[in-house]
Design a protein around this ligand. Sequence first.
Ligand code: SF4
Length: 395
Amino acid sequence: MISRIQLSKRFISSSIIRLNSHSQPAVVLGKTSEFDSSKYHFNISTSSSINNKDIEDPIQLALNSSEPINNWTKDQIRQIYNTSLYDLIHQAQIQHRKHHNPSEIQLCTLLNIKEGGCSEDCKYCSQSSKNDTGLKASKLLQVDQVMLKARQAAANGSTRFCMGAAWRDMVGRKSNLKRIAEMISTINNELGMETCVTLGMLDSQQAKTLKDAGLTAYNHNIDTSREYYPNIISTRKFDERLQTIQNVNDAGIKVCTGGILGMGETSEDHVSFLYTLSNMPKHPESLPINKLVSIKGTRLDEELSQLPKDSERHLKFDQVLKTIATARLIMPKSIIRLAAGRYTMKEYEQFICFLAGANAIFTGERMLTTMCNGWDEDIEMLKKWGLVPMKSFSN
Ligand code: SF4
């Protein structure tokens, strides 16, 4: 086992700072009482002479590994999450620049293709029939209705088109699945956009049907930590979610999975949530981070309103940043997507999320049943900061 000092010397003597075309030299931070800047000056090396087993600092481990790591421990993730925010964002930015073009943000648009009346009891969801939000159930949209919205999204600069249906699963929905497959292939053929759908639980055969239609990604969120999950949903087990994700992966479809922050969980739940995601056999291609939009009439809205004002269970913005930055460090290749609730963030808050490693946004008219920042304001925002929309299929 080599010490950190030896490790630093090893970095220095190798003098190798490998930068890909998007990377920039690490900025040397000033010293604080807790921060040893010498640890980080040369941390971009991926020299094969460095054995991952020798690296004790999990941030160093994340930065020096040339391949994604799928056996993170909760202790390592907790240590990263609890790093001082200033330093954590800096390290996440270094990781981001190693694996992504830092000036690119993916624009995606989400359309609700079948609203309300869902038999699941997700406590936060306006579309659950177990919540009293007054939302009426609708039928699945027709292909031409969807194409109107997809064309509008493409014309406004979105390169990924996502479609959500409020269903528990696809059992007994053969004709609906066929229609959705047609939506996917029509969007592919006519617009060349990436496609993503979220339809609830999926078996292997259904996943294959979607793959054959040309689906890029399937969204199925784990929502929160395994430990906190039973407080939020009782009609679907956490492991059933993981099974759907495996079916999607096995079918050769990219996995989009993430969760919702601000449901009354703690920082330890964020660590555990990231633990599940980062220990998947293959890291999610897309990782949506939603910030709860609490909706009147949902049972969760009622519960959260009972919490004392100073409860640690109210989400703080620094926890959002810590979750994003930690995700960027431990799942370096994933696209981290700011999803629902972005419209509640100030523009500078979104900017810090990008600094922490987020590189995709939902943009358009609606975010399922909640508001969404529109294309014009988003394009304007990106332009202001020197960011550009990511092209389709560039990840
Ligand atoms: S499965 Fe989806 S649509 Fe149904 S209640 Fe849960 S979050 Fe809402």
